[in-house]
Design a protein around this ligand. Sequence first.
Ligand code: SD4
Length: 337
Amino acid sequence: MLNRRTFLQSSLFTSASIFIKKTVIGAASPKKRNKPLVISTWEPNVTANAEAWKILGKGGKAIDAVEAGVQIPEANPHDQSVGYGGLPDRDGKVTLDACIMDETGNCGGVVFLEYIVHPIKVARLVMDKTPHVLLAGEGALQFALENGFKKENLLTPESEKAWKDWLKTSKYDPMTIPKLLQEKDLKDGRGQQHNHDTIGMIALDEAGNLSGACTTSGMAYKMRGRVGDSPIIGAGLFVDNEVGAATSTGVGEEVIRICGSHTVVEYMRMGLSPDEACKKTVERIAKKRGDKANDLQVGFIAVNTNGDIGGYALQKGFTYAVQTTEGSKVYHSKSMF
Ligand code: SD4
Protein backbone atom coordinates (compact mmCIF):
# COMPACT_ATOMS: atom_id res chain seq x y z
CA MET A 1 0.00 0.00 0.00
CA LEU A 2 1.08 3.51 -0.73
CA ASN A 3 3.16 5.14 1.95
CA ARG A 4 1.06 8.20 2.63
CA ARG A 5 3.84 10.29 4.08
CA THR A 6 6.10 9.68 1.12
CA PHE A 7 3.21 10.24 -1.19
CA LEU A 8 2.29 13.54 0.35
CA GLN A 9 5.85 14.78 0.55
CA SER A 10 7.05 13.75 -2.84
CA SER A 11 4.12 14.43 -5.08
CA LEU A 12 0.52 15.32 -5.03
CA PHE A 13 -0.12 13.39 -8.15
CA THR A 14 -0.60 9.78 -9.01
CA SER A 15 -0.38 7.94 -12.26
CA ALA A 16 -4.15 7.90 -12.29
CA SER A 17 -4.17 11.65 -12.65
CA ILE A 18 -1.95 11.89 -15.72
CA PHE A 19 -4.81 12.90 -17.90
CA ILE A 20 -5.37 16.08 -15.94
CA LYS A 21 -3.17 19.14 -15.93
CA LYS A 22 -0.53 18.96 -13.24
CA THR A 23 -1.44 22.24 -11.65
CA VAL A 24 -2.17 22.52 -7.96
CA ILE A 25 -5.27 24.49 -7.24
CA GLY A 26 -5.18 27.39 -4.85
CA ALA A 27 -7.65 28.22 -2.13
CA ALA A 28 -11.14 28.09 -3.54
CA SER A 29 -12.44 31.55 -4.38
CA PRO A 30 -15.88 32.48 -3.13
CA LYS A 31 -16.35 34.87 -6.07
CA LYS A 32 -15.75 32.57 -9.00
CA ARG A 33 -17.78 29.40 -9.43
CA ASN A 34 -15.21 26.70 -9.20
CA LYS A 35 -16.69 23.91 -11.29
CA PRO A 36 -16.64 21.17 -12.10
CA LEU A 37 -14.94 19.74 -9.05
CA VAL A 38 -14.82 16.58 -7.01
CA ILE A 39 -13.70 16.15 -3.41
CA SER A 40 -13.21 12.94 -1.43
CA THR A 41 -12.29 12.00 2.09
CA TRP A 42 -8.72 10.67 2.44
CA GLU A 43 -5.69 11.18 0.28
CA PRO A 44 -5.58 7.77 -1.50
CA ASN A 45 -8.90 8.70 -3.05
CA VAL A 46 -7.15 10.90 -5.61
CA THR A 47 -7.63 7.80 -7.76
CA ALA A 48 -11.36 7.79 -7.07
CA ASN A 49 -11.50 11.49 -7.97
CA ALA A 50 -9.65 10.76 -11.20
CA GLU A 51 -12.30 8.19 -12.09
CA ALA A 52 -15.09 10.65 -11.31
CA TRP A 53 -13.24 13.23 -13.41
CA LYS A 54 -13.57 11.03 -16.49
CA ILE A 55 -17.27 11.93 -16.32
CA LEU A 56 -17.13 15.44 -14.83
CA GLY A 57 -14.36 16.62 -17.16
CA LYS A 58 -16.55 15.81 -20.17
CA GLY A 59 -19.51 17.76 -18.85
CA GLY A 60 -21.13 14.68 -17.30
CA LYS A 61 -23.47 14.57 -14.33
CA ALA A 62 -22.29 14.77 -10.74
CA ILE A 63 -24.46 11.82 -9.73
CA ASP A 64 -22.83 9.57 -12.34
CA ALA A 65 -19.38 10.85 -11.42
CA VAL A 66 -19.69 10.05 -7.72
CA GLU A 67 -21.18 6.63 -8.41
CA ALA A 68 -18.26 5.77 -10.70
CA GLY A 69 -15.60 7.36 -8.51
CA VAL A 70 -16.29 5.53 -5.28
CA GLN A 71 -16.19 2.18 -7.08
CA ILE A 72 -12.40 2.51 -7.20
CA PRO A 73 -11.83 1.92 -3.46
CA GLU A 74 -14.79 -0.50 -3.37
CA ALA A 75 -12.96 -2.79 -5.80
CA ASN A 76 -9.51 -2.32 -4.26
CA PRO A 77 -8.62 -5.36 -2.10
CA HIS A 78 -5.95 -3.33 -0.30
CA ASP A 79 -8.37 -0.70 0.91
CA GLN A 80 -9.46 -2.35 4.13
CA SER A 81 -12.20 0.12 4.94
CA VAL A 82 -14.35 -0.07 1.81
CA GLY A 83 -15.95 -2.82 -0.26
CA TYR A 84 -13.95 -5.87 -1.31
CA GLY A 85 -11.17 -6.49 1.24
CA GLY A 86 -12.86 -4.46 3.96
CA LEU A 87 -12.09 -5.53 7.52
CA PRO A 88 -14.85 -7.82 8.79
CA ASP A 89 -17.08 -7.64 11.82
CA ARG A 90 -16.24 -9.55 15.01
CA ASP A 91 -17.67 -12.73 13.44
CA GLY A 92 -15.43 -12.46 10.40
CA LYS A 93 -18.14 -11.25 8.01
CA VAL A 94 -17.64 -8.28 5.72
CA THR A 95 -20.77 -6.12 5.86
CA LEU A 96 -21.08 -2.98 3.76
CA ASP A 97 -22.93 0.32 4.01
CA ALA A 98 -23.37 2.90 1.25
CA CYS A 99 -25.59 5.74 0.10
CA ILE A 100 -25.94 8.19 -2.75
CA MET A 101 -27.84 11.47 -3.17
CA ASP A 102 -28.47 13.74 -6.15
CA GLU A 103 -29.24 17.39 -6.72
CA THR A 104 -32.99 16.92 -6.51
CA GLY A 105 -32.91 15.23 -3.11
CA ASN A 106 -33.32 11.76 -4.59
CA CYS A 107 -31.35 9.29 -2.54
CA GLY A 108 -30.80 5.60 -1.91
CA GLY A 109 -28.79 3.45 0.43
CA VAL A 110 -27.95 -0.05 1.58
CA VAL A 111 -26.95 -1.14 5.05
CA PHE A 112 -25.52 -4.40 6.38
CA LEU A 113 -25.12 -5.71 2.83
CA GLU A 114 -22.93 -8.80 2.36
CA TYR A 115 -21.27 -10.44 -0.67
CA ILE A 116 -21.59 -7.51 -3.10
CA VAL A 117 -18.42 -5.74 -4.22
CA HIS A 118 -20.16 -2.50 -5.25
CA PRO A 119 -22.77 -1.49 -2.67
CA ILE A 120 -22.88 1.99 -4.20
CA LYS A 121 -24.37 0.55 -7.39
CA VAL A 122 -27.06 -1.15 -5.34
CA ALA A 123 -27.69 2.13 -3.50
CA ARG A 124 -28.11 3.87 -6.86
CA LEU A 125 -30.64 1.24 -7.92
CA VAL A 126 -32.55 1.66 -4.66
CA MET A 127 -32.72 5.36 -5.55
CA ASP A 128 -33.64 4.87 -9.20
CA LYS A 129 -35.84 1.78 -9.12
CA THR A 130 -37.67 1.69 -5.81
CA PRO A 131 -39.96 4.05 -3.93
CA HIS A 132 -37.68 3.61 -0.90
CA VAL A 133 -34.49 5.11 0.46
CA LEU A 134 -32.85 2.32 2.44
CA LEU A 135 -32.67 -1.45 2.08
CA ALA A 136 -31.00 -3.60 4.73
CA GLY A 137 -29.23 -6.93 5.02
CA GLU A 138 -30.93 -9.90 3.41
CA GLY A 139 -33.48 -7.72 1.63
CA ALA A 140 -30.76 -5.56 0.16
CA LEU A 141 -28.88 -8.67 -0.99
CA GLN A 142 -32.03 -10.15 -2.53
CA PHE A 143 -32.65 -6.88 -4.37
CA ALA A 144 -29.06 -6.85 -5.63
CA LEU A 145 -29.21 -10.46 -6.85
CA GLU A 146 -32.54 -9.83 -8.57
CA ASN A 147 -30.85 -6.99 -10.41
CA GLY A 148 -28.02 -9.07 -11.75
CA PHE A 149 -25.32 -8.60 -9.11
CA LYS A 150 -23.14 -11.60 -8.30
CA LYS A 151 -22.49 -12.99 -4.84
CA GLU A 152 -18.76 -12.85 -4.04
CA ASN A 153 -16.55 -13.55 -1.06
CA LEU A 154 -15.38 -10.14 0.15
CA LEU A 155 -12.99 -11.37 2.84
CA THR A 156 -9.45 -11.25 1.44
CA PRO A 157 -6.62 -13.29 3.02
CA GLU A 158 -5.10 -9.99 4.25
CA SER A 159 -8.27 -8.95 6.07
CA GLU A 160 -8.89 -12.48 7.36
CA LYS A 161 -5.41 -12.48 8.87
CA ALA A 162 -5.99 -9.07 10.50
CA TRP A 163 -9.26 -10.37 11.95
CA LYS A 164 -7.60 -13.55 13.28
CA ASP A 165 -4.90 -11.43 14.91
CA TRP A 166 -7.60 -9.32 16.48
CA LEU A 167 -9.40 -12.45 17.73
CA LYS A 168 -6.40 -13.24 19.95
CA THR A 169 -7.48 -10.45 22.27
CA SER A 170 -10.98 -9.82 20.90
CA LYS A 171 -10.95 -6.51 22.66
CA TYR A 172 -14.30 -5.04 21.75
CA ASP A 173 -13.68 -1.36 21.73
CA PRO A 174 -14.82 0.05 18.41
CA MET A 175 -14.16 3.60 19.53
CA THR A 176 -10.48 3.20 20.33
CA ILE A 177 -9.54 0.49 17.79
CA PRO A 178 -9.25 3.13 15.06
CA LYS A 179 -7.02 5.25 17.25
CA LEU A 180 -4.76 2.30 18.08
CA LEU A 181 -4.52 1.31 14.43
CA GLN A 182 -3.70 4.88 13.49
CA GLU A 183 -1.02 5.13 16.15
CA LYS A 184 0.50 1.91 14.81
CA ASP A 185 0.38 3.31 11.26
CA LEU A 186 2.11 6.48 12.34
CA LYS A 187 4.71 4.54 14.33
CA ASP A 188 5.39 2.32 11.31
CA GLY A 189 5.87 5.44 9.19
CA ARG A 190 2.89 4.66 6.99
CA GLY A 191 0.87 7.74 7.77
CA GLN A 192 -2.64 7.13 8.98
CA GLN A 193 -3.99 4.29 6.91
CA HIS A 194 -6.39 2.20 8.87
CA ASN A 195 -10.03 2.06 9.61
CA HIS A 196 -10.94 5.64 8.83
CA ASP A 197 -10.67 5.27 5.09
CA THR A 198 -14.35 5.41 4.29
CA ILE A 199 -14.87 7.30 1.09
CA GLY A 200 -17.30 10.19 1.09
CA MET A 201 -17.29 11.95 -2.27
CA ILE A 202 -19.02 15.12 -3.43
CA ALA A 203 -19.08 16.41 -7.00
CA LEU A 204 -20.21 19.72 -8.50
CA ASP A 205 -20.77 19.36 -12.21
CA GLU A 206 -20.56 21.77 -15.13
CA ALA A 207 -24.30 22.40 -14.91
CA GLY A 208 -23.86 23.51 -11.29
CA ASN A 209 -25.48 20.45 -9.75
CA LEU A 210 -24.20 18.75 -6.61
CA SER A 211 -24.31 15.05 -5.77
CA GLY A 212 -22.60 12.80 -3.25
CA ALA A 213 -21.82 9.19 -2.43
CA CYS A 214 -20.47 7.46 0.64
CA THR A 215 -19.38 3.82 0.99
CA THR A 216 -17.66 1.79 3.69
CA SER A 217 -17.16 -1.56 5.38
CA GLY A 218 -17.69 0.31 8.64
CA MET A 219 -15.75 0.01 11.84
CA ALA A 220 -13.38 -2.95 11.97
CA TYR A 221 -14.55 -5.85 14.18
CA LYS A 222 -17.87 -4.16 14.87
CA MET A 223 -20.77 -6.03 16.47
CA ARG A 224 -22.66 -8.06 13.92
CA GLY A 225 -25.45 -5.93 12.52
CA ARG A 226 -23.87 -2.63 13.49
CA VAL A 227 -24.51 0.15 11.00
CA GLY A 228 -22.65 3.44 11.04
CA ASP A 229 -23.27 6.90 9.67
CA SER A 230 -22.05 6.31 6.12
CA PRO A 231 -25.31 4.99 4.58
CA ILE A 232 -27.56 7.31 6.58
CA ILE A 233 -28.75 10.34 4.64
CA GLY A 234 -28.18 13.39 6.82
CA ALA A 235 -25.47 11.68 8.86
CA GLY A 236 -22.78 10.34 6.50
CA LEU A 237 -23.95 12.37 3.50
CA PHE A 238 -26.24 15.25 2.70
CA VAL A 239 -26.81 17.25 -0.47
CA ASP A 240 -28.92 20.37 -0.86
CA ASN A 241 -28.47 21.87 -4.30
CA GLU A 242 -29.46 25.33 -3.06
CA VAL A 243 -26.74 25.39 -0.42
CA GLY A 244 -24.07 22.72 -0.62
CA ALA A 245 -23.17 19.18 0.33
CA ALA A 246 -21.21 17.43 3.06
CA THR A 247 -19.95 13.98 3.92
CA SER A 248 -18.14 12.39 6.83
CA THR A 249 -15.65 9.81 7.98
CA GLY A 250 -14.74 8.53 11.41
CA VAL A 251 -16.68 7.08 14.31
CA GLY A 252 -20.15 6.88 12.85
CA GLU A 253 -22.00 6.82 16.14
CA GLU A 254 -20.76 10.34 16.87
CA VAL A 255 -21.83 11.58 13.46
CA ILE A 256 -25.29 10.01 13.71
CA ARG A 257 -25.88 11.57 17.15
CA ILE A 258 -25.74 15.06 15.66
CA CYS A 259 -26.97 14.32 12.09
CA GLY A 260 -23.49 15.48 11.09
CA SER A 261 -23.58 16.09 7.33
CA HIS A 262 -26.99 17.72 7.52
CA THR A 263 -25.65 19.95 10.29
CA VAL A 264 -22.72 21.02 8.09
CA VAL A 265 -25.12 21.92 5.27
CA GLU A 266 -27.38 23.85 7.63
CA TYR A 267 -24.39 25.87 8.88
CA MET A 268 -23.57 26.69 5.26
CA ARG A 269 -27.19 27.76 4.76
CA MET A 270 -26.65 30.20 7.62
CA GLY A 271 -23.79 31.72 5.65
CA LEU A 272 -20.74 29.90 6.98
CA SER A 273 -18.01 28.82 4.58
CA PRO A 274 -17.55 25.05 4.08
CA ASP A 275 -14.47 25.17 6.34
CA GLU A 276 -16.29 27.01 9.10
CA ALA A 277 -19.36 24.79 8.79
CA CYS A 278 -17.26 21.63 9.17
CA LYS A 279 -15.45 23.16 12.14
CA LYS A 280 -18.67 24.15 13.93
CA THR A 281 -20.04 20.65 13.43
CA VAL A 282 -16.91 18.99 14.80
CA GLU A 283 -17.04 21.37 17.76
CA ARG A 284 -20.59 20.29 18.44
CA ILE A 285 -19.46 16.67 18.67
CA ALA A 286 -16.56 17.63 20.94
CA LYS A 287 -18.84 19.62 23.21
CA LYS A 288 -21.28 16.74 23.55
CA ARG A 289 -18.58 14.13 24.18
CA GLY A 290 -16.35 16.10 26.53
CA ASP A 291 -13.12 14.28 27.38
CA LYS A 292 -14.17 11.26 25.31
CA ALA A 293 -13.65 13.35 22.17
CA ASN A 294 -9.88 13.10 22.75
CA ASP A 295 -10.04 9.44 21.73
CA LEU A 296 -12.30 9.79 18.72
CA GLN A 297 -11.75 10.71 15.11
CA VAL A 298 -14.43 12.34 13.02
CA GLY A 299 -13.83 14.38 9.87
CA PHE A 300 -16.15 16.27 7.52
CA ILE A 301 -15.66 17.69 4.04
CA ALA A 302 -18.04 20.11 2.36
CA VAL A 303 -18.67 22.03 -0.84
CA ASN A 304 -21.01 24.97 -1.39
CA THR A 305 -22.79 25.93 -4.59
CA ASN A 306 -19.90 28.28 -5.53
CA GLY A 307 -17.52 25.36 -5.48
CA ASP A 308 -15.80 26.56 -2.30
CA ILE A 309 -14.46 23.56 -0.41
CA GLY A 310 -13.63 22.85 3.21
CA GLY A 311 -12.88 20.21 5.79
CA TYR A 312 -12.26 19.82 9.49
CA ALA A 313 -11.57 16.94 11.87
CA LEU A 314 -11.38 16.20 15.57
CA GLN A 315 -7.85 14.76 15.36
CA LYS A 316 -4.81 15.47 13.27
CA GLY A 317 -4.16 13.24 10.28
CA PHE A 318 -7.36 13.68 8.30
CA THR A 319 -6.72 14.37 4.62
CA TYR A 320 -8.96 15.01 1.66
CA ALA A 321 -8.43 14.97 -2.08
CA VAL A 322 -9.74 17.55 -4.53
CA GLN A 323 -9.76 17.67 -8.29
CA THR A 324 -10.72 20.63 -10.47
CA THR A 325 -9.98 21.72 -14.03
CA GLU A 326 -6.65 22.95 -12.70
CA GLY A 327 -5.47 19.68 -11.25
CA SER A 328 -5.46 17.44 -8.23
CA LYS A 329 -4.50 18.36 -4.71
CA VAL A 330 -4.41 16.73 -1.30
CA TYR A 331 -5.32 18.86 1.70
CA HIS A 332 -4.28 18.22 5.29
CA SER A 333 -7.35 19.10 7.26
CA LYS A 334 -7.26 21.48 10.18
CA SER A 335 -8.28 19.79 13.39
CA MET A 336 -9.42 20.50 16.90
CA PHE A 337 -6.71 18.50 18.70
C1 SD4 B 1 -18.57 4.07 10.22
N1 SD4 B 1 -17.96 6.24 9.43
O1 SD4 B 1 -18.98 2.97 9.88
C2 SD4 B 1 -17.71 4.83 9.26
C3 SD4 B 1 -16.30 4.43 9.47
C4 SD4 B 1 -15.33 5.29 8.75
O2 SD4 B 1 -13.39 5.61 7.69
O3 SD4 B 1 -15.53 6.43 8.43
N2 SD4 B 1 -14.22 4.82 8.42
O4 SD4 B 1 -18.77 4.54 11.33
